[in-house]
Design a protein around this ligand. Sequence first.
Ligand code: ARG
Length: 465
Amino acid sequence: MNDQQTNKSWGGRFTESTDAFVAAFTASVEFDRRMYRQDIAGSIAHARMLTRIGVLTEADCAAIIAGLTEIRAEIERSDFEWSVALEDVHMNIEARLTERIGAAGKRLHTGRSRNDQVATDIRLYLRDAIDAIGMELKRLQGGLVALAAQEAATIMPGFTHLQVAQPVTFGHHLLAWFEMLKRDGARLADCRKRVNIMPLGAAALAGTSYPLDRDYTAQLLGFDAPTANSLDAVSDRDFAIEFAAAAAILLTHLSRMSEELVLWSSAQFDFIDLPDRFCTGSSIMPQKKNPDVPELVRGKVGRVNGHLIALLTLMKSQPLAYNKDNQEDKEPLFDTVDTVLGCLRVFADMVPALRPKREIMLQAARRGFATATDLADYLVCKGLPFRDAHEVVGKAVRLGVETGRDLAEMSLAELQHFSPLIENDVFDVLSLEGSVAARNVLGGTAPARVRAAAAAAQQWLAETE
Ligand code: ARG
């Protein structure tokens, strides 16, 4: 990084050079250089539009496009000297362009300001990021659906208050995760609609006197439309806040999944085996195999929540239009993108490798009177009001607690002692298989429903490819 120069882009009215620390303090190039592709794409579209309206000559336009294309290649082969004195990615690239092509480079900034330029770059960057996140999200969802289809009839305890509640199928549990992620994808897709609006042409804050064809530039850059108000265009970062909020909810979901994976892979639950390649050992305890990946993902939600608060706080109370505060939008935004992408990637890799321990899950569902509600429902079918049925089953459970047995382990005579309505067919509902199969309602845990839900999810994934 070259920090010897003084910025000549705006130096005209200054009588002394910038304080060295102030130059470094106010510069953003260290982090905004990652938007070089978007900056170059925006400049090429702007130059094309200026040429179309007769502000630039064809020759200047050709030189600008060739120059910017070469600069992009320079950056990509790390042959570009970034300068702190040139503050940011925008001025670094523009200065290099002028160095390469001369006067034509100085004409590029006609009818444009860094204020609309940076707002455009971030939106292009975020649009690409949302698309990349969408792909990883779908990959993870694909893994969940495949595993769910395979485990549609695998019985495990379902929990409320982390106490055994009712038996469910593992496939059903995995599809709950799928639904959570589906809403996250929808939130991001909706956010993308507001991201994909083009600020270019708003110039510094008031628009410009050049007869810009903003629709044309928007079309070249794949934006849905140009922004409708120049003051709003250069100043608001609500789209970034919205993205961060969607990201925070997504990571909240991943943290909940992580927590369950951590629990399930513990010796106490032992429901799943996490493959070794997603775990690490301990330097002191030779027996340890730690679920680092889900633990780390669980922890990552903290930084993303922090970025959301940072962006909200950054925007709060800012007067119109652009303020330098907004330069602080990038690091939280970039780190949010990196974090979400990393977490999704590792999860998408890990989920297909999860190995459920079916027999242990089944045994766990046998503990905790998971079919008590089924017995109550059985009595209701035989004509008992639900509240009375609840009372009857409660007494049977008490006997079970006292004698250390599940309801299914009691004899018919014992059960009939609690209600004469109980007959031999009671054992159909007291079995775990009978219990889950009975929950054959739309959205329920019955294996048949889970298979149908997995098939529908698979089809949805294929259609939204
Ligand atoms: N680096 C600045 C940012 O990220 C670019 C816009 C600067 N505009 C200005 N008038 N100082 O926001």
